[in-house]
Design a protein around this ligand. Structure first.
Ligand SMILES: Cc1ncc(COP(=O)(O)O)c(C=O)c1O
Length: 392
C-alpha cells in the first residue's frame, strides 16, 4: 500500500487503462451472458442508496419494508398471494438457501437426497457440497427435455426436495412443473423452482400471448422460486431473488444474529452484510417500467431471437439445439462434430458465448444489450468459420 495517496485524476486514469481490456455490453460481443447493462434509472437510484445495509434490517427499517413490498409484488406476478422471501447475491445463493430449507424442514431424514434435472445449474452441486445432502440428477431426453419417468424413479424415502427449472441455463427450456407437482403431491417433499433467468421473462411472454406452461405459485405444490433481478430484470449486480410460499418456514429454519445494532431479526442468508441499494433500485425499476415496460423489452429480445434462429438455420453444418422458448439459443453441429473448435474461432473474433461441452452446444443469450446489428455481424462470422472448418 502507498504511503501517500494518489490524486483522483491519476487513479481514474489507471482504472480506465486497466479496465479497458474488459468486454462491454455496448460492443455486442457479450453474447453468452445472462447479465446486461442495468437500467439507467436503476443506477441513479442505486448510487443514492448504496450505503444501506440489510444485514442489519432494524437500522434500515424503511429499506426492509421496501424489500417485503417488492417480494409481495413479485410474488403476485408469479401468481402467489402473501409470498415472503428475500433478495440475495444472485441465483446461486437463492438456490443454496432453498436447498438448505428443503433439508432443514425434513431433519427426520438421516441421509437426505434432492432430485434435480441434469440441466440444473452448478449452484445445486455447490449446495450438495456445502450442505451435505446427496444430489440425484435425472437425465434428459435426446431433445434436452427432462426425462420425467427417470426423475420420478429417483424419488424415494430419503428425498427431502425436488427441483424444476423454468428457463434452463443452457437452453432456456421449461421443465414440466405441473407434472413434477403431481409426482410429489401428498408427499412431504419440498419443491423448488429455479426461475433465476425465466422469472422476469415468462410472465411477460405470457402477456405477449405465448403459450407458457404453468411454472410458478399457481402450481400448488411449488414451495419456493428463485428469480433474479440482475438477469432479465435489468437490476444492479448483485440482486437475486428467493420467494417462499409459507412464511412460517423462516421461523423454523432462519438464522439469528443476536448482537445486531438494530435488534434481532431472523434471516435465511449465507452472507451477513448485504446491499439494500440494489433492492431499492429494483423497487424503482419495477415502478418505472411497469408491466408494459418489461413487455416491450422482452418483445424486442424475442424478435432478435427469432432473427438469430432464422439466420442459424440457414447455415449448413450447424443447427439449433432446441426450438427457443425464450431469448436463449443453443447452437450445435448437424452431424455431431465437436462444437469446441467453432467456439474457439468465435472467441478469436471476440464473440463471447457460453459453451456447454456436456451437451455439445454453444449458447447465446439474447439480452437487451444485444441488437440485431450485432447478430447480423455475428452470423456472418459464424457462417465464415463453419465454412473454413469444413463442418458439414
Ligand atoms: C437457471 C439458473 N439458476 C441459477 C443461476 C445462478 O445465478 P447467479 O450467477 O446469479 O448466481 C443461473 C446462472 O446462470 C442460472 O442460469
Amino acid at each position: 500500500m502507498l504511503n501517500e495517496g494518489l490524486s483522483k485524476q491519476k487513479i481514474i486514469k489507471i482504472l480506465e487503462e486497466k479496465l479497458s481490456q474488459d468486454f462491454s455490453y455496448k460492443s455486442g460481443s457479450i453474447l453468452g451472458s445472462m447479465c446486461t447493462e442495468p437500467l439507467d434509472f436503476g443506477k441513479e437510484i442505486y448510487i443514492k442508496y448504496l450505503h444501506k445495509n440489510l444485514g442489519d434490517p432494524g437500522l434500515f427499517q424503511g429499506c426492509a419494508e421496501l424489500e417485503i413490498e417488492l417480494i409481495l409484488e413479485i410474488g403476485d406476478l408469479f401468481n402467489g398471494s402473501n409470498i415472503t422471501g428475500t433478495f440475495t447475491t444472485g441465483g446461486s445463493e437463492a438456490n443454496i438457501i432453498a436447498m438448505r430449507v428443503a433439508k432443514k424442514i425434513r431433519s427426520d431424514i438421516r441421509n437426505p437426497e434432492i432430485v434435480v434435472p441434469a440441466s440444473a445449474h452448478v449452484s445445486f452441486d455447490k449446495a450438495e457440497d456445502l450442505l451435505g445432502f446427496k444430489l440425484r440428477k435425472a437425465k434428459l431426453k435426446e431433445n434436452f427435455e427432462l426425462d420425467l419417468d427417470y426423475f420420478e424413479s429417483l424419488i424415494n424415502k430419503n428425498t427431502c426436495g425436488v427441483v424444476g427449472i423454468a428457463g434452463t441455463t443452457s437452453l432456456g427450456l421449461i421443465d414440466p412443473i405441473e407434472k413434477i407437482g403431481e409426482i410429489i403431491e401428498g408427499k412431504d417433499i419440498f419443491f423448488h423452482v429455479d426461475a433465476a433467468f425465466g422469472g422476469f421473462v415468462l410472465p411477460f411472454l405470457k402477456k405477449l400471448n405465448n403459450k407458457i406452461p404453468s411454472w410458478d405459485f399457481s402450481v400448488k405444490e411449488v414451495d419456493s422460486i428463485t428469480a433474479d433481478p440482475h438477469k432479465m430484470g435489468l437490476g444492479l449486480i448483485p440482486t437475486g431473488g428467493f420467494l417462499l410460499r409459507d412464511s412460517k418456514v423462516l421461523q423454523k429454519t432462519g438464522f439469528e444474529i443476536p448482537y445486531l445494532a438494530g435488534g434481532n431479526f431472523k434471516h435465511f442468508h449465507i452472507v451477513g452484510t448485504r446491499p439494500g441499494g440494489t433492492i431499492i433500485a429494483f423497487w424503482a425499476i419495477m415502478k418505472y417500467l411497469g408491466q408494459n415496460g418489461f413487455i416491450k423489452i422482452i418483445k424486442e429480445c424475442l424478435e432478435n431471437t427469432d432473427y438469430l434462429a432464422k439466420r442459424i438455420s440457414e447455415i449448413n453444418g450447424i443447427k439449433l439445439a432446441a426450438k427457443p422458448i425464450m431469448n436463449i439459443i443453443g447452437i450445435t453441429t448437424e452431424n455431431g462434430e465437436s462444437i469446441c473448435e467453432i467456439d474457439e474461432e468465435l472467441r478469436k473474433r471476440s464473440w463471447m458465448l457460453g459453451k456447454f461441452t456436456n451437451f455439445n452446444l454453444i449458447r447465446i443469450v439474447v439480452m437487451p444489450h444485444v441488437k440485431k446489428s450485432h447478430l447480423s455481424k455475428f452470423t456472418q462470422d459464424l457462417e465464415d468459420i463453419v465454412k473454413r472448418l469444413k463442418i458439414s
